[in-house]
Design a protein around this ligand. Structure first.
Ligand SMILES: NC(=O)c1ccc[n+]([C@@H]2O[C@H](COP(=O)([O-])OP(=O)(O)OC[C@H]3O[C@@H](n4cnc5c(N)ncnc54)[C@H](O)[C@@H]3O)[C@@H](O)[C@H]2O)c1
Length: 330
């Protein structure tokens, strides 16, 4: 059978789209999980991995590249040279120390602020047009530092925030009521950390408020049940850290999902963290609220009407982040 020749490009034909590129800085458990999820989901055409630990990052890239035939993405590359991030549309930062068992996320701030300062100049030099997403903890504090130190437009820097925590909440609720997690619409908001909380006043299963969900003629969830679920979500990471030393798989897939919303200009509503500009009376601090995410990064932070106690908790969460930010000189 004769093969059809590829047509040479002529003016007037559509120019082939430039491949999209995601770079992940930090090839530890989290960085590799994000790269792996992005490769098998096809979140970007090219996925690059960078770490200062050359043998480690080279081994990780090779291990991922050996599966190229089975990936949706086209190519994986990387190494210890900071120029690896050149041409990136999105740079995800996972470089940093991780939580020790029992350590609050905010205690990591000083250690990881220094690492961020070491990473940012390379990003600014080699990928000046990239949207930057922080995953390194405390991700809200580091988002503010990255925005200020990097001189970045606030719409082009974000953190994965409570996208993962909201996924944990949706999964827990879905298990309890036996409904697909995609039909559970519930958000954790505020700090990605101990002061985060579920926005119960808006949480729904299908069209029903969680608080209205009935089983055997009675409301399925009492106030104590809702508190227990919230507590499970807030402490989920600690439980995983005790058992396997670190979390990685779910942050991998949830970060890849955010990258897709950006690169495909989805304008998806996701609870990412970004530097606020007056929403709910908060300015100059980053925390998670439902946000329209698209090719411009943060397209719009939605101001959701909240119950009085929820608004008070949001402000308490902002204060916790502010205290941590000030502790690292921000
Ligand atoms: N935001 C979230 O939801 C979430 C979830 C899980 C983990 N995390 C955070 O992600 C971070 C990484 O976790 P991990 O388990 O992958 O840690 P890890 O120790 O396995 O990996 C960290 C990597 O960063 C690299 N690194 C250090 N300094 C660097 C630099 N200047 N440039 C490039 N690379 C550098 C190290 O060599 C190491 O490979 C931690 O801060 C952790 O708390 C965040």
């Amino acid at each position: 059978m004769a093969h059809r020749r590829a047509q040479p490009y002529r003016e007037g034909m559509h120019a082939p789209a430039r491949p999209s590129k995601l770079s992940v800085i930090g090839a530890g458990g989290v960085g590799v999980a994000i790269a792996y999820a992005a490769l098998i989901r096809g979140s970007a055409d090219v996925v690059a991995l960078h770490d200062i630990d050359a043998p480690k990052v080279e081994a990780e890239v090779l291990d991922l590249a050996h599966g190229t035939q089975f990936l949706v993405a086209k190519r994986v590359e990387g190494g210890a040279d900071p120029r690896v991030v050149e041409g990136s549309d999105v740079v995800v930062i996972t470089a940093g120390a991780k939580q020790r068992p029992g350590e609050p996320r905010l205690a990591l701030a000083a250690r990881n602020a220094e690492i961020l300062k070491a990473v940012l100049p390379g990003v600014r030099e080699h990928a000046p047009d990239a949207i930057v997403m922080l995953v390194t903890n405390p991700c809200d504090v580091l988002t503010v530092l990255a925005q200020r130190e990097g001189g970045l437009d606030p719409s082009r820097v974000l953190a994965s925030g409570t996208v993962l925590d909201s996924s944990r909440l949706r999964w827990l609720l879905s298990e309890l009521v036996h409904v697909d997690a995609r039909s559970v619409h519930a958000l954790m908001i505020g700090e990605h950390g101990d002061s985060e909380f579920p926005l119960w006043s808006r949480a729904r299963i299908g069209p029903l408020l969680v608080r209205e969900w009935m089983e055997e003629g009675r409301a399925r969830f009492s106030a104590a049940d809702l508190d227990r679920i919230a507590d499970d979500v807030v402490h989920a990471a600690y439980r995983i850290i005790e058992g396997k030393g670190a979390t990685s798989s779910a942050i991998g897939v949830s970060s890849a999902r955010i990258v897709e919303a950006i690169l495909r200009d989805e304008r998806a509503v996701l609870p990412v963290s970004s530097v606020l500009d007056g929403q709910h009376g908060i300015s100059g601090l980053a925390l998670s609220l439902p946000t329209i995410v698209g090719r411009g990064g943060i397209e719009r932070v939605l101001e959701v009407p909240m119950a009085d106690d929820e608004l008070a908790r949001l402000h308490a969460s902002a204060e916790a982040i502010d205290a941590s930010l000030r502790s690292v000189g921000g």
